[in-house]
Ligand binder design. Structure first.
Ligand SMILES: *[C@@H]1O[C@H](CO)[C@@H](O)[C@H](O)[C@H]1NC(C)=O
Ligand SMILES: *[C@@H]1O[C@H](CO)[C@@H](O)[C@H](O)[C@H]1NC(C)=O
Length: 498
């Protein structure tokens, strides 16, 4: 064996990480599962306040937090977004780093500011039970509901002008999270105010008999329409929607995924795509009906249902788990086992991969140069948060190395050979340059991403049969996304600005 045991283990671990980065939350979970790529649109540009958990599936404290977090998500449905990012997924790692995540789980409350897409982000340091989380998030929801007294009523009516207005008459002075969220949903469409029962002149002016009562004054009208439904988010949204449909909470998803989506089987394999799809679905729901119903009433503060496991006392407050040590220089795995190579790139399900076949003399200039070029190209894309297919080195000691060389008639064993493979579509493309510097290699990679370059038929005998990899393939779901980029032009949001 040419490589040291440690390097081999590191390479294998990287690969396994990729393959087994399973999500902690199920697809049905009320927690919105997002990737670093989704964050910008679904959270940073949302008008809603969010709490985002950064976790790793293997972390014990993350597992302990799960029931409380899911319960918080249910309580906050329609009021705030509750999302989770799996930092163990290769594609999310740079994003988690940028967000300053240093241990798991890390909870951050993200709330919109006046500057769209530049939310304020702060760590949640409170107790990790559902009720504390729910209260902390509600506390952060910006309030655009004006509290109006008798003295100020005319002034407010005037300032709101001819536009539609809604007033909640209440025994309470505090503005509930539901009302705050209604103000977000109808920002720019309806001016919202809250008036207490003791403001006798206002109460009399609108003929209010009981509390709470919500009235709507359509544009240009002083004739109030009285709401007679329950003080719950969803029916209240429906009532106010007679003026105008609520604002979308976040920008719509880009309609770009279509091309790669024809193959539904492929789609179902790609859980990351799925989570994206379901995220946009959820947010579509959230925006259309301004999110789902909740049991919250305007007058009663919500009692978050606490799951038993969520009762962490002060004493056993979870210590964040340290993140795995960052490798100082970007590297790519150099695989020595044929099974690793088959699982990652050479099977009938695998999508585009880039393989650098390394000669026995791994310290040769070409070998070090190609590995360094590939690593820094991949690193660059990771940092941008853009997805890229796997880059893998194939050690000369890998039994498949010589099969590839002879099967594809690549030439001498002493040279470096750079190829792109696609097991599913059964093609490969050769890098014909002699120079493995970053600029040259990157040109070739970019051309590949655009679908350019001459395809040749990949011999079937180089690909592991489907059965052998099927089990792994299921688990590999998230990983597929990175491999699947071929047809997708790079317009993923950049996270540099975060
Ligand atoms: C957010 O709120 C503004 C009004 O403040 C509204 O115009 C916009 O449509 C809402 N949604 C998004 C995604 O910005
Ligand atoms: C969206 O709403 C529809 C109908 O209201 C419902 O069937 C569907 O399950 C919802 N989807 C999500 C992701 O909440």
């Amino acid at each position: 064996m040419v490589r040291t045991a440690a390097l081999v283990a590191a390479a294998a671990a990287m690969l396994l990480n990729d393959v087994h980065a399973e999500s902690l939350y199920s697809k049905k979970s009320s927690v919105l599962q997002i990737s670093g790529v989704d964050y910008d649109r679904l959270i940073a540009k949302s008008n809603y306040t969010s709490i985002v958990e950064f976790y790793a599936p293997w972390c014990g404290h993350c597992k302990n937090l799960k029931p409380a977090f899911e319960s918080a998500a249910k309580s906050l449905a329609g009021i705030a977004k509750v999302a989770a990012v799996n930092c163990d997924e290769e594609m999310n790692k740079p994003f988690c780093g940028q967000m300053g995540v240093q241990g798991f789980p890390t909870l951050k409350i993200v709330r919109p500011t006046k500057r769209v897409g530049k939310p304020s982000v702060e760590d949640y340091q409170g107790q990790r039970d559902a009720k504390s989380i729910v209260e902390a998030v509600k506390d952060k929801i910006p309030n655009a509901v004006k509290r109006v007294t008798d003295k100020k009523l005319d002034e407010w009516l005037e300032s709101a002008g001819d536009g539609a207005k809604a007033i909640l008459f209440s025994e309470k002075g505090l503005v509930s999270a539901t009302m705050k969220t209604l103000a977000v949903d109808f920002a720019g469409l309806i001016s919202l105010a809250q008036i207490r029962n003791k403001e006798a002149a206002s109460v009399q002016k609108f003929g209010i008999k009981k509390f709470p009562t919500l009235i709507l004054l359509p544009a240009g009208s002083s004739e109030p329409i009285v709401y007679d439904g329950e003080m719950k988010k969803e029916p209240m949204v429906a009532f106010l929607s007679q003026v105008a449909p609520p604002n979308p909470d976040c920008p719509p998803a880009k309609a770009k995924k279509t091309k790669a989506k024809k193959d539904t089987k492929k789609e179902s394999k790609s859980s990351s795509k799925l989570s994206k799809a379901s995220a946009s679905h959820k947010s579509a729901n959230a925006s259309s009906a301004a999110a789902s119903a909740t049991d919250e009433t305007v007058e009663e503060p919500i009692k978050a249902t606490e799951s038993p496991a969520a009762n962490l006392k002060d004493g056993d407050a979870p210590e964040p788990v340290a993140l795995p040590v960052e490798t100082p220089k970007p590297t790519i795995p150099v695989l020595v086992e044929s099974s690793q190579l088959q699982a990652s790139c050479l099977n009938v399900q695998s999508k585009t991969c880039i393989l650098a076949i390394i000669p026995k003399d791994e310290s040769s200039e070409a070998a070090t140069s190609v590995l360094a070029s590939l690593a820094s190209i991949h690193h660059k894309h990771d940092k941008r948060g853009s997805q890229l297919f796997p880059f893998v080195g194939v050690s000369a000691s890998n039994p498949l190395a010589s099969s590839i060389l002879s099967g594809l008639s690549l030439g001498k064993e002493d040279d470096v050979h750079l190829i792109a493979t696609n097991g599913k579509r059964s093609w490969y493309k050769k890098y014909s340059g002699k120079n493995f510097g970053q600029t040259e290699v990157e040109k070739w990679v970019d051309a590949l991403r655009m679908g350019e370059g001459k395809k040749e038929k990949l011999p079937d005998n180089l690909l592991a049969a489907a059965k052998k990899v099927e089990a792994k393939e299921e688990k590999k779901a998230e990983d597929d996304v990175k491999i699947e980029i071929e047809e997708i032009v790079d317009d993923t949001p950049k996270h540099g600005e975060l």
